[in-house]
Design a protein around this ligand. Structure first.
Ligand code: C2E
Ligand code: CA
Ligand code: CA
Length: 730
């Protein structure tokens, strides 16, 4: 497996937020495109409709013209037949001897050049033609052979019409030469009422040849008129119907299609407009696309910013959280994740000393060095303030600890910021878990617990989380809460342990010791004093103890009283002032009070401690070094701080009876401190041997269970002070 990502980290695509702007833009662009598209569709629809309607109008008009031309041909033929068949003279001639000559003269010869008919035919009652002339000459062909069969029906109808009705028939008919116009009527006198003899039928025929069609076209203003056997596609067509209603031919009129013509004329303009519209649509689309792109970029940038720390450039808390949450699913099950929580010690002091600008630069330098020096597979982030988190991925359990030395090395060299050389100490909380089950908030909480331990415990600067920590921290939190309540109710009491003069064996003073009985029983000061220090309650606790001690001490005139003070209390620059106020309040003489300080005060914040100690001493109060011999306090520091007394730790006394070397160490220590001119108190005296040894070695004062355990003020008064000291009424 390979986790080749250091420092920076890949992060997943955008979540839900920030999409709105983009969605709105995309919607606007799509809407514009939609509107433009719809506009295009509507306009082309309208143009199509106009063209279609104009064309249809043309067709209808052409069809109407063709129909009326045909109708007018038939009407004209009917008129010609009527004029000749309903004629008194003709009727009379039918029975005259001159009949044939008359027929030829009046109807036969005119067929040569008369414009309205080209053939004249008279059929007698026996169906025989009496006259059969065409183009001025008698015809050889029989009428039945020249015309199609509809002739018989036409003759039949003309014959069936009684003379009174005067019916004339005009139709089209097929001939051996093509379609022709034909008219037929029974010959009769012009005036009605004279009954006709046997029926004679007059028939005129007009050829519809090219010449005739041309004439019709001219007369009816039908240019392009055509006669065909079948309808012609794309023209307006009208059938030439015979007496039976059968088409014997068709006339066809080309349609002008003014709509289409107009459309073709304006087509370039329409195409131009369409091109402009298209350009507009494309423009909108392009602008939209570019805007969406730049918006997406902007979003990505904003997101990048929101997940990174602006000061150092590494991931911030949300960034790291997202990184870790996104790691979990796609990595194999044995992979482990480690979280190192690195807290710079005393960063506030660095800020105070060098200024915030230097502090900020230091944070940047730390981030840079972490990113540069830690191995691949680690991700750096600054959570807040002076806290960095390092996430490391490894193949198997236990490997996470390899990073520990790497992290320590990062801070081994001092940081150079401008002209300042800054040594940076760190406390580190570490936790490790199976990546597949990792949850950022749990990891962080565990690392925080470990860090808490690293900062406050004695285990050193780097602490690895273990599950009991959770229970311990819970207990600690509970204890701190109980302590807060106890301080509120002033439940912390003071016990007094006598201190005796080594020569006389008489009581010469007392040490005030804090006592607390919580709901769950007595709590040792070794437990609740550190708890108060951690919880920032030591100031209140200290002042309550001091108040109570001084109040009580003022009722024991002449008695020396010692009070323990935590190094943290000394950091308060008003400590000495508060002390003086308390003494004044109870009219307690300062020279009767001794402040006991442990050597911790000498190690951290030596300057502040020195200032406070000077102030206390200036008030006339004595200062004693407590628990000497249990730690590192040097002879040099005894002189430097000008302690009024040194109290030797009980561990120096414990085994002197059976351990010659221990006895020698105690003896030498007493002699050494005494040689510096500082009075010595030996603590933890539990038997006569220890008491006498210490006295013989030169100790001035002794304290321990051999003389008395710490007592309540009442017991102390009763057992030690009743006879020798008169307690003031109070
Ligand atoms: P310390 O200042 O060294 O106090 C002396 C401790 O030794 C007391 O424990 C006392 O009860 C114990 N002791 C006295 N004689 C003997 C003896 O003969 N044998 C043994 N084995 N022990 C003896 P205590 O009261 O439990 O106090 C523990 C520590 O808590 C004190 O050590 C002191 O450092 C701290 N402390 C107590 N009261 C206060 C207080 O009001 N303020 C502060 N800051 N610290 C306090
Ligand atoms: Ca003490
Ligand atoms: Ca002590």
């Amino acid at each position: 497996m390979n986790f080749l990502m250091a420092g920076g980290a890949h992060l997943p695509p955008v979540g839900s937020s920030g999409h709105q702007k983009r969605t709105v833009l995309i919607t606007a662009v799509l809407l514009s495109l939609g509107i433009a598209g719809a506009l295009g569709a509507v306009v082309s629809g309208a143009i199509y409709s106009i063209v279609r309607t104009a064309d249809e109008l043309d067709e209808t008009r052409a069809a109407g013209a063709a129909a009326s031309a045909l109708e007018s041909l038939r009407t004209q033929m009917a008129g010609t037949v009527r004029d000749n068949a309903f004629w008194d003279e003709a009727y009379r001639q039918l029975t005259s001897a001159n009949r044939d000559a008359w027929l030829i003269e009046n109807w036969g010869f005119p067929t040569l050049d008369y414009p309205l008919y080209d053939m004249a035919l008279v059929i007698g009652p026996d169906d025989k033609p009496l006259l059969h002339y065409r183009y001025g000459k008698p015809m050889d062909v029989q009428p039945g052979e020249f015309f199609d069969s509809s002739l018989a029906r036409l003759v039949e109808r003309a014959r069936a019409a009684d003379g009174l009705q005067g019916n004339v028939y005009a139709d089209f008919i097929g001939t051996v030469q093509g379609p022709a116009l034909i008219g037929a009527a029974r010959i009769r006198p012009f005036l009605q009422g004279i009954p006709p003899p046997e029926s004679y039928i007059l028939i005129f025929e007009k050829d519809l040849d090219a010449k005739a069609i041309n004439k019709i076209a001219q007369k009816f203003n039908l240019s392009g008129l055509q006669l065909t056997d079948s309808p012609v596609e794309g023209t307006v067509t009208a059938p030439l119907e015979d007496v039976d209603g059968n088409a014997v031919g068709y006339i066809n009129l080309p349609v002008e299609r003014h709509g289409t013509q107009s459309y073709e004329r304006v087509r370039p303009l329409i195409f131009g407009a369409a091109a402009i519209l298209l350009l507009l649509i494309t423009g909108i689309g392009m602008i939209g696309l570019l805007s969406v792109r730049s918006l997406a970029k902007e979003q990505a940038r904003a997101r990048q910013n929101s997940l990174h720390d602006h000061l150092t450039g590494v991931l911030n808390r949300p960034g790291l959280s997202e990184y870790v949450e996104n790691l979990a699913p796609d990595v194999c099950s044995s992979a482990m994740i480690g979280l190192y929580l690195v807290d710079i010690d005393g960063f506030k002091a660095i800020n105070d000393l060098w200024g915030q600008q230097v502090g900020d630069k230091l944070l940047g330098a730390v981030a840079t060095r972490l990113t540069r020096d830690l191995p691949l597979g680690t991700t750096i982030s600054r959570l807040d303030g002076d806290q960095f988190a390092i996430v490391s991925l490894v193949d198997a359990a236990g490997e996470v600890s390899h990073l520990q030395s790497a992290v320590s090395e990062v801070f081994a060299e001092p940081f150079t910021i401008g002209r300042c050389e800054i040594e940076v100490g760190v406390s580190v909380g570490v936790t490790e878990t199976v990546l597949a089950r990792a949850n950022f908030h749990d990891l962080l909480r565990q690392a925080e617990m470990a860090l808490h331990q690293a900062k406050h415990g004695s285990d050193g600067a780097m602490v690895v989380f273990h599950p009991q920590m959770e229970a311990e921290l819970f207990e600690q939190a509970k204890l701190e809460q109980q302590l807060i309540d106890a301080l509120d109710r002033r439940e912390i009491k003071v016990a007094f342990q006598p201190v005796v003069d080594a020569r006389s064996g008489h009581i010469c003073g007392v040490e005030a010791l804090a006592r607390w009985t919580s709901e769950s029983g007595p709590v040792a000061p070794d437990v609740f004093i550190p708890a108060a220090e951690r919880a920032g309650l030591i100031g209140i606790l200290g002042s309550q103890i001091l108040e109570e001690t001084v109040a009580q001490g003022s009722r024991w005139p002449g008695l020396q009283i010692a009070v323990n003070v935590s190094p943290l209390q000394l950091r308060n620059r008003y400590f000495a002032g508060g002390l003086k106020a308390t003494l004044d309040k109870h009219a307690f003489e300062p020279h009767r009070l001794t402040i006991e300080l442990t050597e911790g005060v000498l190690i951290s914040n030596a300057d502040e401690a020195k200032r406070s100690i000077s102030e206390i001493k200036a008030l006339g109060i004595k200062v004693a070094l407590d628990d000497f011999g249990s730690g590192f306090a040097s002879i040099g520091s005894l002189r430097q701080f000008r302690f009024d007394r040194v109290k030797l730790d009980k561990s120096l006394v414990a085994s002197i009876e059976h351990d010659a070397q221990a006895a020698e160490v105690l003896d030498a220590t007493i002699k050494l401190v005494t040689a510096l001119g500082i009075p010595v108190t030996v603590e933890g005296i539990e038997d006569r041997y220890q008491a006498e040894f210490a006295r013989d070695a030169g100790t001035h004062q002794l304290q321990g269970y051999w003389f008395s355990k710490p007592l309540s003020k009442e017991e102390l008064t009763k057992r030690f002070l009743g006879s020798s000291l008169v307690e003031r009424a109070g």
